[in-house]
Design a protein around this ligand. Structure first.
Ligand code: HPA
Length: 273
């Protein structure tokens, strides 16, 4: 078994053959939110299956490729499709691409996801800029021997989502008449959606939205010293009076419908980085 650092290096070396310039921004696109990838100029697409040591995602709505290119002239690397813990991957696998993107040269990571709303002010299709998170996932991506060259043993988590980027995104949204909420994202394992009691609990402990991704990648980004910006599309409401069930199809449809707003904010943010 070769070590994590060697694997990161081999993945990055493979990917570098396809890019003309080192990416400065990494992007992880959530379920039903892959369209930003279409705005990448001069795209070079690399299927995950071709990249040494990369996991391959299994979820419907995830394309599973890395895309190198530029957005508004800025070199980016985007993940169309991400890896979830509930698929059976270890947390090291879920977060491996963040390590590789860091090795490729990124200093900022942008993340999108589909999430269930718990804040009573939220509606399906709303956007929420993530300002903080609560980690309820059952395994930690930094558990185990720490690689000091990758980051510190005990990383600070006082500002995992860069305030400067939150402020920039809010002003981009305002200039474009796009309403946005800010709030706390709760990361859970899935793959079940939550029970009514669980949504209520997560709201009581301080959550505004809940989802099955993002937190592991953001922890590893914090460990690696990356600046992070993340945004949720609210695809369903966990707290509501009437009888309701939640389906994956409904989540994907709501994500697709809200996507243009999210894509605009990401694009303009990248232009300002
Ligand atoms: N719960 C967990 N994950 C989700 C949800 C939800 O309600 N919606 C989209 N992803």
């Amino acid at each position: 078994m070769i070590g994590l650092q060697q694997q990161i290096k081999e993945s990055a070396d493979y990917i570098r053959q396809f890019g003309q310039q080192a990416p400065v921004t990494g992007i992880i696109l959530g379920s039903g939110l892959g369209n930003l990838a279409k705005e990448i100029d001069n795209p070079k697409e690399i299927p995950y299956g071709d990249i040494p040591h990369f996991p391959v995602s299994t979820v419907e709505g995830h394309h599973g490729k890395l895309i190198l290119g530029t957005i508004k002239g800025k070199p980016v690397v985007a993940m169309a499709g991400r890896f979830h813990y509930y698929e059976g991957f270890s947390m090291q696998m879920v977060t491996f691409p963040v390590r590789v993107m860091k090795e490729l040269g990124i200093s900022t990571l942008l993340v999108s996801n589909a999430a269930g709303g718990m804040n009573a002010a939220f509606n399906v299709g709303d956007l929420m800029i993530i300002t903080d998170h609560i980690n309820l996932q059952p395994e930690h991506p930094l558990r185990g021997k720490n690689e000091n060259t990758l980051g510190p043993r005990f990383p600070d988590m006082s500002e995992p989502y860069a305030k400067t980027l939150v402020a920039k995104a809010k002003s981009i949204a305002a200039q474009n008449n796009i309403p946005v909420h800010t709030g706390v994202y709760v990361g859970v394992q899935g793959p079940t959606f939550e029970t009514r009691a669980e949504y209520k609990f997560m709201h009581i402990i301080g959550g505004d939205a809940v989802g099955m991704s993002t937190v592991p990648e953001v922890i590893v980004a914090a460990h690696a010293g990356l600046r992070v910006f993340a945004m949720s599309v609210i695809t369903d409401l966990g707290i509501r009076e009437e009888e309701n069930t939640i389906t994956h199809q409904e989540v994907l449809e709501a994500a697709n419908a809200a996507e243009p707003k999210l894509t605009l904010i990401f694009r303009e943010l990248i232009a300002q980085l």
